[in-house]
Design a protein around this ligand. Sequence first.
Ligand code: DC
Length: 239
Amino acid sequence: MSSRLIIAIDGYSSCGKSTVAKGLARKLGIHYIDSGAMYRAVTLYFLENNIPIPGPEELQDSVYDFSDALSKINITFQFNPISDFSEVYLNGRNVENEIRTMEINEQVSHVSAIKSVREHLVKLQRSAGKEGGLVMDGRDIGTTVFPNADLKIFMKADPMVRSERRFKELKAKGVDVLLEDVIQNVVGRDYEDSHREVSPLRKAEDAIILDNTYLTHEEQVEFVMEAVRKLALSNSTTS
Ligand code: DC
């Protein structure tokens, strides 16, 4: 039964959603898709091709037609056995590292507030889940992409703890960055993602909250695995 499950993981920036999602996908033998990577890949394409990105104040009045740019964007995932992870490709090019820079961090919430971008990516995300057997993480997976997901998790953690985790990650990759800038970005993105007009970040009513401020990675995966077991049990007693 678990091989057909659709699990939606939403939550705030730098909550460790993708780490939990990857751990679950491995345990359950199902696919994992990082929907944030798709918004990041579109952002990279827009920056590289000088597509104007409206800020929150300009969005309402923006008349720019993004359909031509979107039609030229092909996003795919390919499993890399070395990193043990499905890496994202933009028009056939591996952009896994390029989409994780501060420059992309600063623009991605603006790009993901554009209605036509969201419509385009939600279509791709739904088609990836057609057959089931998928963990997807993001901001609107349980509310918009898969409102009928079998299991919905909403992750949160103290903003300072999240910023420190992101700061360490960037430093480990050799990115020269200040903790203050990371805090500002994490908090700013949370605000923008929660206040945009189209599919804002919010907890689905039927989502289970996972606050991981003080939890280890193993404890988080176990928390969700317990929810999967309960689900399997309740399905077996009702069928
Ligand atoms: O999960 P992440 O930090 O890589 O996501 C990058 C940005 O993409 C995030 O600030 C908001 C946006 N996003 C979104 O709006 N909807 C999603 N389903 C996933 C990400």
